[in-house]
Design a binder for this molecule. Structure first.
Ligand SMILES: [Zn+2]
Length: 282
């Protein structure tokens, strides 16, 4: 396998959230058209029926889920999975619209999804539904200590731990690789073996890569685009993700890719050595 698809992660979904919230806030849902009913989690009748007539009170994000909050207390959640995007106009590129939301004041949202893996779900009790998900990495509750205590319970490779949505929410392949590079950790290091100092570095790196990526409106490497159809430029700031063979920005060694639990991991074999104790500053 030479190619890894890049699914939208926290920065991409957060970018969509920030873009559409001012446009849909206070709007009433007039109709939900499911052009592909397999998008509905639960029955299509419920997903397209119950929200009609409700008003959108907020647009939230939890992990990689985008959630339209409805005035009946329920949430209409979208999970973009591999290739989903939310658009304000019908797509001209790779069109495969699976659902359309018609809102008051002539606002429309199109859910485009080439590989048809995305899901739309009406959730009655959001807190209960999201309870098992790990903390949001940009929230106040996500402290170094919180990260340390969560990682300490897992002997799996740190790369796999970062991807586990029960340990920490919203991180996927790209930002895990970027954070591990910044914190100089080898992707296969067992999560539970990280020192407090290494965890602290990882914590800082996670916040840094996510914040920077949001500022650049996400990474349009694969099918992800902004609701306007424009591209997010976060990829321009990447150090290692999807850059196999390119020189390491820190030491010049060609970057490599290895498989960690069936997922590709891009890293620098010199800056991210597996066994050597890591120095605090290069
Ligand atoms: Zn290097």
């Amino acid at each position: 396998m030479s190619y890894t698809a890049c699914m939208p992660e926290l920065p991409e979904v957060e970018t969509i959230r920030r873009t559409i919230e001012p446009l849909v806030l206070g709007k009433t849902i007039l109709e939900i058209r499911l052009l592909d009913t397999s998008i509905a989690q639960g029955t299509p009748e419920r997903v397209r029926g119950e929200p009609v007539g409700t008003t959108i009170t907020a647009v939230n994000r939890r992990g990689k889920h985008l959630i339209l909050m409805l005035d009946n207390g329920k949430g209409l959640a979208l999970h973009l999975r591999m290739t989903g995007s939310v658009l304000l106009e019908p797509p001209t590129h790779n069109p495969r619209v699976r659902a359309e939301l018609l809102l008051s004041d002539d606002v429309r949202l199109y859910f485009n999804d080439m590989r048809r893996l995305g899901v739309m779900e009406l959730i009655d009790d959001l807190d209960a539904r999201m309870e098992k998900m790990g903390p949001e990495p940009l929230s106040d509750e996500f402290t170094t200590e919180a990260l340390q205590s969560r990682l300490a319970r897992h002997r799996i490779p740190i790369k796999a731990a970062l991807l586990d949505q029960h340990i920490i929410a919203g991180i996927g392949n790209m930002y895990a690789d970027e954070a591990l590079f910044l914190s100089r950790l080898h992707p296969t290091t067992p999560a539970a073996e990280l020192s407090l100092e290494q965890v602290a570095r990882l914590w800082t790196a996670l916040r840094e890569v996510l914040t920077l990526a949001i500022a650049n409106q996400g990474a349009s490497i694969d099918t992800y685009v902004l609701p306007s159809g424009e591209r997010g430029t976060a990829y321009d700031c990447f150090n290692v993700a999807h850059k196999k063979g390119a020189p390491c920005p820190r030491c010049g060694t060609p970057l490599e890719r290895l498989m960690v639990r069936k997922r590709g991991a891009y890293y620098c074999p010199v800056c991210q050595r597996p066994d050597k104790p890591q120095n605090s500053e290069a």
